[in-house]
Design a binder for this molecule. Structure first.
Ligand SMILES: Nc1nc2[nH]cnc2c(=O)[nH]1
Ligand SMILES: [Zn+2]
Length: 439
């Protein structure tokens, strides 16, 4: 939308301008709501009748029967794993060896990688994700293909070349010197361009020598405004192996700390089997944890202790972790997070507002994107428009919903790809990119 040309988008609105874990009344809902957008930014949110009176010259758009939410923020997802989703019967290390790493090796073929990048970006958008922190490829060409595609489409993407120098497959290994040079080139080419940012991405301590982690720390010191992501404390077998490989480390987190990798721009995926000391140090460093509930259940890693993270003040957001996760929907991750807490004696009772916050504003803050994640005036107009398919169960449930909060609960429970009608990034509809079609 052009700057100076106001658009008034009508829908049922939901957002969490406050944190429901710390403040009452965090969910703001308008059952006949509107959003006024000026170029990239939201200028007003509220009741449709009031805003129509105040912004009479605005072009009208939207649909009062649809549901408008902030675009989702996926803080952990793997681009090369689209075609691995649903690989059953395996836990993490076997799943990596048997199904996932062979697929990741195929991205050495640039044509294969380009096709996959297009599918991956489209899958994010089709699920309402407008911002993502993405584990890239081990191959620089494939990594460039992802950045190119995200730039072409207009997605907000933070990503980086995945680094490993042991215990995967030889084709996926690099060496510290090559890693340094390649990351420097990729950072100079992509970090800060369009809506893209670079994240240094060692796969996990298990697959990285001290020397490779050292080089990652050196890069982070040389380029202090790039991001950092990796895996932490996911499965018991993984944690045991990491303890054997790093006999000097008091725990898993220490394998990253020693090399200066634990800071306010660091996002750690999983953190299921975590010790108290690690939580305290993560909180002190201001790092964030990407909670990936569908993956934790699908590959049998365990149940996430949200209570202990909150008690220690560790920032938590949601990740789909495709392909360990069971799809790209952050609505589904919200539902799985809810169920994962219900299953634990000391689980945190979550409601629709918590799920929305985790899927939107918490993710934006975890990625340092203060201008994203809710619909407050001044924020970027990153949006997802949901409408149940005619005749669907969701349509039936929503028609009889007793309250806006219950409607939001129904959306998390039942709305998936089929209900995503449109997404906007920075005030621009990306609807054209949701549809199928070969490229
Ligand atoms: N879930 C998950 N955990 C990992 N740990 C190292 N690599 C991976 C991966 O691809 N997926
Ligand atoms: Zn992962």
């Amino acid at each position: 939308m052009l700057r100076g040309m106001l658009t008034l988008l009508r829908a049922r609105l939901f957002h969490t301008p406050k944190n429901p874990f710390t403040e009452a009344g965090a969910l703001e809902a308008f059952s006949d709501g509107a959003l006024v957008i000026d170029g990239e930014r939201i200028v007003a949110v509220g009741d449709a009748a009031t805003l129509r009176g105040r912004y009479q010259s605005a072009a009208l758009a939207g649909d009062p029967e649809s549901y408008l939410l902030p675009g989702f923020v996926d803080t952990h997802v793997h681009y090369p794993q689209v075609r691995v989703i649903g690989a059953m019967g395996l836990t993490l290390l076997d799943w990596l060896r048997e199904r996932t790493l062979p697929e990741e090796a195929r991205l050495a073929d640039l044509a294969y990688a380009r096709a996959l990048a297009a599918r991956f970006v489209r899958a994010l958008l089709r699920n309402g994700t407008t911002t993502a922190l993405v584990f890239g490829s081990h191959f620089p060409g494939a990594q460039e293909a992802l950045f190119e595609e995200a730039e072409r489409v207009g997605l907000r993407l933070t990503s980086g070349l995945v680094l490993a120098d042991r215990l995967l497959r030889p084709e996926l290994h690099t060496d510290p010197e090559t890693a340094y040079r390649t990351c420097e080139t990729l950072i100079s080419r992509w970090h800060g361009r369009s809506r893209l940012r670079y994240a240094l991405t060692p796969r996990f301590a298990l697959s990285c020598s001290d020397a490779l982690l050292e080089v990652t720390g050196a890069l982070l010191r040389a380029y202090p405004d790039v991001w950092f992501q990796t895996h932490l404390n996911e499965s018991r077998d993984e944690i045991r192996t990491v303890a054997e490989l790093f006999p000097w480390a008091e725990d898993y987190l220490a394998t990253y700390e020693r090399f200066g990798l634990v800071g306010a721009r660091s996002v750690f995926a999983h953190n299921v089997h975590v010790r108290e000391g690690e939580l305290r140090r993560l909180a002190a460093a201001g790092s964030a944890v990407a909670h990936c509930p569908s993956s934790n259940m699908f590959i049998g890693s365990g149940l996430f202790s949200l209570r202990r993270h909150l008690a220690c003040g560790v920032r938590v957001a949601l990740g789909s972790d495709v392909g360990g996760g069971t799809g790209f929907s952050l609505l589904k991750e919200g539902l799985m997070a809810y169920q994962g807490q219900m299953l634990q004696p000391d689980g945190v009772p979550l409601g629709p507002a918590h799920l929305l916050y985790l899927a939107t504003r918490a993710g934006a803050l975890a990625l340092g994107q203060e201008a994203l994640g809710d619909l407050s005036p001044g924020r970027q107009a990153d949006l997802v428009l949901l409408k149940p398919p005619p005749g669907s169960t969701l349509e039936e449930v929503l028609r009889h919903s007793p309250s806006p909060e219950a409607s939001l609960g129904a959306l998390f429970t039942l709305a998936r790809e089929e209900s995503v009608r449109d997404v906007w990034v920075a005030g621009v509809s990306l609807r054209a990119h949701l549809a199928g079609g070969e490229r």
